[in-house]
Write a protein that binds this ligand. Sequence first.
Ligand SMILES: Nc1ncnc2c1ncn2[C@@H]1O[C@H](COP(=O)(O)OP(=O)(O)OP(=O)(O)O)[C@@H](O)[C@H]1O
Length: 265
Amino acid sequence: MTVLSASGLRYAYPDGTLAVDGVDVTVERGERVAVLGPNGAGKSTLLSLLGGLVEPDAGTVRYFEETTDADAVRDRLSVLTQNPAEYLFNPTVREDLAYGPAQQDRSAAEVDRRVERVAERLELDGLLSKPPFRLSGGQQRRAALASALTVEPEVLLLDEPLSNVDAANRATILDLFDELVADGATLVVSTPDTELVPHVADRVILVDAAGEVAATGPTREILTDTALLSACSLRPPQVVRLFEGRAGEPPLTVAEAADRLDGTD
Ligand SMILES: Nc1ncnc2c1ncn2[C@@H]1O[C@H](COP(=O)(O)OP(=O)(O)OP(=O)(O)O)[C@@H](O)[C@H]1O
């Protein structure tokens, strides 16, 4: 089933900056997709358009093959922007995490169950009684992600969800993403970081500095195409460069490289 289908999306900011120009995107249920591009390529704008937070100047977004009204699918699709303050506005972190499911009219017991589960999973349980503005920057990012997850959406559109998050919490969040997808969720993650992409996506939508889609394809194909990435001011992951010129397909991650080296020892 197609969960998201956008065609001809175009958006210019009031000052005239053309951020997204003629973009078509289709995402199928259960996919893990990265929107990859350099700073300023229009990734955040594109995610906001896909999530219905911003109206396009041209083009349409269709959700679950049913409707073009993003509000009609609010329970099924969550967008996480780069600004945690948009999600953290209650007196405590617990209330922020409870806000989404409470809006869905879930029972108090069900709201509590979701808050406890997500908080434990993201190691926020010790912070639930804190005011969100007293959290560190990285903790705020995690709390904002947690508030999107308690809604238990089918589709998650996440704008650079791991920026400002330390290595241990990154690993926890990446494991959690894998679990969500295994449970049937669909994940769209924007990032300018080619090192992150193999961990979050099987398919890449590559956007260039002009806000256009430069290419769409399997992660391996996109991340090993040095010329294509370079045209978008990006570089392949370091291990790809390390294995350049060697026989066989280059590894995309350190773990794959370690396996490869083990095999050749
Ligand atoms: N409120 C705004 N008003 C005017 N121009 C804007 C506004 N927000 C973003 N832009 C411009 O739109 C373009 C796309 O910005 P956007 O934030 O979508 O890029 P991005 O790919 O998400 O960048 P980054 O990787 O730095 O987060 C940029 O040229 C940016 O300067």
